[in-house]
Ligand binder design. Structure first.
Ligand code: FAD
Length: 365
């Protein structure tokens, strides 16, 4: 079976891995992954918080999906990357601390801790005094914090690189091109791919076509830009972009262990030292640029949380486009086309479970 995957972010690569692992399809599989290398591609720009509880503000069925994904993450990493994978992608179950900056916020966090504990999840509300013992580097302004010890973190760039290497070793083909259109027909799907575009010489793009038995659309926030048709019927997709900007501070000294969050801004310290701080939430269309005001706001909050890093140089600033949807969409839209888009703030965390779900659908065809 010739399968074309459109999009080489974590969702497309995760599905490629699951298909290569799926016993009912893997022996006949010819896998091609098309990627346009959009500068705003979300996966390499993410923080990598596996924040099943961090992201759960109220009880809902989605919480179960997030917790299930978090539980399967370690096994998933080892399955494609071997026993050293956890270290190689800087996977750590270091937990999350959400700080309360007011009495009202403290009450909100207490309520979250209460329903999560009642659902059988480990969560605790810690006093300012206990907080100081857990993380001495934190400023003393907090009224207390919610502690989610089972949330974890990973470095998304390392994760993507390891997954891509593993897929190449197992025979997946990578094509660095933008797919313009997919047309599903009874005999096969036709994929129209942009070739020869050169913005520098203002040379217009031409196109070439590929044929596949099955297509997976996993192109994140660019879903609406793909023309998808089955016969004469258009199959509209939409997962509009929501920009997130982050900054990286250079430091070699270890300052803190868990993810620290206050009022929507969070900080993570990587194994090698750098501290990543994010993230803005902006509706600016497909603009993946960075801005001075975002850097200033992130910097202000992080130095307020952890005063001792004041003065650390900004090593990097970047932006990615999250694919927005009320909940992720992983389903067949035609007998030859599966879509896996709309993972919004949780695509890194949900990658293993989305991949398994998608591969199971393909195996049942
Ligand atoms: C700042 C920020 C912080 C985040 N933090 C977290 C976090 O801590 N934890 C978490 O779980 N999630 C986080 N997310 C969300 C997460 O990054 C996304 O949900 C996830 O990466 C979506 O993956 P994707 O593969 O669907 O999309 P993407 O990673 O955007 O991949 C889509 C790919 O499709 C390609 N493409 C687009 N159009 C075409 C085309 N026509 N033809 C070929 N290729 C095409 C693009 O080049 C891109 O590589 C964060 C996101 C941002 C921006």
């Amino acid at each position: 079976m010739r399968v074309a995957i459109i999009g080489g972010g974590i969702i497309g690569l995760g599905i490629a891995d699951a298909l290569l692992r799926e016993t009912r399809v893997r022996d006949s599989l010819e896998l091609t992954i098309f990627d346009a290398h959009e500068p705003g591609g979300a996966s390499a720009k993410a923080a990598g918080i596996l924040g099943a509880q961090f992201e759960s503000h109220e009880s809902s069925p989605f919480v179960t999906d997030l917790v299930e994904a978090r539980a399967s993450f370690e096994r998933w990493l080892v399955d494609f990357g071997g026993p050293s994978a956890l270290e190689r992608v800087d996977y750590r179950k270091a937990g999350v601390l959400r700080l309360a900056t007011s009495a009202r916020r403290a009450e909100e966090l207490r309520a979250i801790v209460e329903w999560q504990s009642a659902s059988g999840l480990r969560a605790a509300y810690v006093s300012p005094w206990e907080l100081e013992k857990i993380e001495p580097a934190l400023a003393s302004f907090a009224h207390g914090a919610a502690h989610f010890p089972d949330d974890a973190q990973v470095e998304p760039r390392l994760l993507l690189a390891l997954l891509e290497t593993s897929l190449r070793e197992r025979g997946a083909m990578f094509v660095d091109s933008r797919v313009l259109a997919v047309e599903s027909a009874p005999s096969a799907a036709t994929i129209r791919v942009e070739v020869g575009a050169s913005p520098r010489e203002s040379r217009p793009a031409e196109s070439a076509t590929h044929s596949a038995d099955f297509v997976v659309v996993a192109n994140g926030a660019w879903a609406s830009r793909l023309t998808l048709t089955a016969g004469k019927t258009a199959l509209p997709l939409d997962a509009p972009p929501v920009r997130g900007q982050m900054i990286r501070l250079a430091t070699a000294r270890r300052h803190f262990g868990p993810v620290i969050e206050v009022d929507g801004t969070y900080a993570l310290q990587r194994a090698q030292g750098p501290i990543d701080v994010g993230a803005t939430v902006e509706n600016v269309g497909f603009d993946a640029g960075t801005t001075a005001d975002a850097a200033a706001a992130l910097l202000r909050t992080v130095t307020r949380m952890i005063p001792e890093i004041d003065g650390a140089p900004i090593a990097e600033q970047w932006a990615g486009l999250r694919p927005l949807a009320p909940s992720p969409r992983v389903e067949l839209v035609d007998s030859r086309v599966l879509v896996a888009v709309g993972h919004y703030r949780n695509g890194i965390l949900l990658a293993p479970t989305t991949a398994r779900k998608a591969a199971a659908i393909v195996a049942r065809l």
